[in-house]
Write a protein that binds this ligand. Structure first.
Ligand code: SAM
Length: 280
């Protein structure tokens, strides 16, 4: 029997958010794999946790995962913690979890704070469907690709951002998404937590004059289906009936289906459209 890997969430700014279970699991584990041991020692001291620690971070996540797997196979229980929040969410954890699955080692979570979820639920944006994009890529080409995708995203978008890059990112979002409704949430769970919901243009104006402090999450309303339909409708207006039919045929519809769709888009009878399919 191998040991168990525990992914343990820790507070994102307020020590009172540590759960009873997190404290117990960290006390009972044989080893704690921490993103930054110097940072985590403060948390462990506060809760009188004396379990040995080892470092497990972005730069040793592959080699160290093998070492940790070996210990799990020796029936040791290991708890993963990061500097703040939930391991595996823009933080180390995933590589180790995948390896545990490969080896048949049991993995479980000890839930708690996660900036993305905590931001979303108080953002005032629709929380029913959301796309977590984490940090936008720093590589220009990749960033472009992701921004292009986000432009069409209909779910609420959740982004992580560092305070010194907030203005640059909001400025880019303004250019790509226009004046979409959005919320910037700073210093969640801390004394100076702020929640600022507004159009992206106003957010840009505000942060250009008020340099943000503390970590932030940006939550942006997705593109509504109504907006998408309106855009599509506008593009049909510029198309001939034949081009409109071709558009659906190129999407894989047969002539009959395409004619039906075009008739419904243009609010005219099917018979009127069928005649355009002759010879197509
Ligand atoms: N694993 C963490 C989690 O579960 O939220 C996220 C780690 S990621 C490296 C750090 C980012 O999370 C920050 O740059 C910020 O975008 C967000 N974040 C973390 N703590 C936050 C807080 N208290 N308030 C606002 N955003 C926070």
């Amino acid at each position: 029997m191998a040991g168990t890997l525990y992914l343990v969430a820790t507070p994102i700014g307020n020590l009172e958010d540590m759960t009873f279970r997190a404290v117990r699991i960290l006390k009972e584990a044989d080893l704690i794999a921490a993103e930054d041991t110097r940072n985590s020692i403060k948390l462990l001291n506060h809760f009188e946790i004396h379990t040995p620690m080892t470092s497990y971070h972005e730069h040793n996540k592959y080699e160290k995962a093998d070492e940790l797997i070996k210990k799990l196979e020796e029936e040791k229980n290991i708890a993963v913690i990061t500097d703040a929040g939930t391991p595996g969410i823009s933080d180390p954890g995933e590589v180790l979890v995948v390896k545990c699955h490969e080896k048949g080692i049991s993995v479980t979570s000890v839930p708690g704070a996660c900036a993305a979820v905590n931001a979303l639920i108080i953002s005032g944006q629709p929380a029913g469907r959301f796309a977590f994009e984490a940090f936008l890529p720093t590589d220009k080409k990749e960033r472009r690709r992701v921004l292009d995708e986000l432009k069409e995203e209909s779910r609420t978008i959740v982004l992580y951002e560092a305070p010194h890059r907030l203005l640059k990112t909001i400025t880019e979002l303004c250019e790509e998404l226009g004046n979409r409704d959005a919320t910037v949430l700073r210093e969640l769970t801390k004394k100076h937590e702020t929640v600022f919901k507004s159009g992206l243009f106003k957010l840009r104006e505000y942060y250009a004059e008020n340099e943000p402090k503390g970590e932030c999450v940006i939550v942006i309303r997705g593109k509504s289906f109504e907006e998408k339909d309106a855009e599509l409708r506008k593009s049909w207006e510029d198309m001939s009936v034949k081009e409109h039919l071709e558009y659906y045929i190129n999407l894989g519809m047969d002539k009959k289906e395409a004619a039906k769709k075009v008739a419904s888009d243009r609010n005219v009878s099917k018979r009127e459209i069928y005649k355009y399919t002759i010879g197509m």
